[in-house]
Design a protein around this ligand. Structure first.
Ligand code: ZN
Length: 243
């Protein structure tokens, strides 16, 4: 079984298509695992949801999914994220509102647990340091935790209670050992590690590996659609620089 691991698609259809196409060229996948924030920021929320739903998939909710359907306040968002959230809400038909509303905050597919932020605070915490890693590892009942939310790829080894963050390099292949790991595959629709290309990972249960890759996509097309939708210029520009 091979799983395509995606996080933070953020309604960016060009990015999502590029990732799915490239994953197919790399040996394909049987199931798609989505670590939240399927919508928000980007111009194609419905088309992205349809593309995910056209595969066998397992998905959890992110904060942008919840704000889009009114389950979470936009108060903590900056002006641009707020504007994008309101626009996303206006685009969603009832069935997609229902789809996003019932996504779980945490999903299990042994030996993996999936969450957008962290197990301590699934929708809001950025798991990026030892404190947040320790807290999530305490709550983790499986061997591996897959997270998104920060839009930054990394791997973190439990390391007997002193979590050790390691760069998850491009085209890196992680052999899953007996130790417990936290893995962030990076972001599909709005990378923030100063590389605008989409980031994703593939799990192979035969090889017991997770590999991470990047793929360029047609950023200009996404930006054109965002301008047409009158989404904030700040969100449009940042796609090009990956911040
Ligand atoms: Zn996100």
């Amino acid at each position: 079984m091979r799983a395509l691991i995606l996080s933070d698609i953020h309604a960016n259809l060009e990015a999502l298509r590029a990732v799915v196409d490239e994953a197919n060229n790399r040996g394909g996948f049987d199931v798609l695992w989505c670590l939240g924030d399927l919508v928000g920021y980007g111009p194609d929320p419905v088309a992205c949801l349809k593309l995910v739903q056209s595969h066998s998939f397992l998905a959890v909710a992110g904060n942008h999914d919840h704000t889009a359907v009114g389950k979470m306040s936009v108060e903590s968002f900056n002006y641009a994220a707020k504007a994008a959230a309101h626009w996303t809400t206006s685009q969603l038909p009832e069935d997609e509102v229902e789809f996003l509303s019932v996504l779980p905050l945490v999903a299990n597919n042994d030996p993996f647990t999936m969450v957008n932020g962290s197990l301590r605070n699934p929708l809001e915490e950025y798991l990026l340091d030892a404190d947040s890693a320790v807290a999530s590892l305490k709550l983790l009942t499986s061997r591996f935790l897959l997270v998104g939310h920060s839009h930054l790829p990394f791997i973190c080894l439990e390391n007997k209670g002193t979590p050790q963050f390691v760069e998850f390099i491009e085209d890196g292949v992680l052999s899953l050992t007996e130790e417990r790991w936290i893995i962030n595959p990076g972001c599909v629709g709005q990378p923030k590690d100063r590389d605008p290309r989409s980031s994703y990972a593939i799990y192979d249960d035969q090889a017991t590996t997770i590999e991470r890759h990047r793929v360029a996509y047609d950023i200009e097309s996404t930006q054109d659609k965002m301008r047409e939708a009158l989404l904030p210029e700040y969100l449009i520009e940042r796609l090009k620089s990956g911040i």
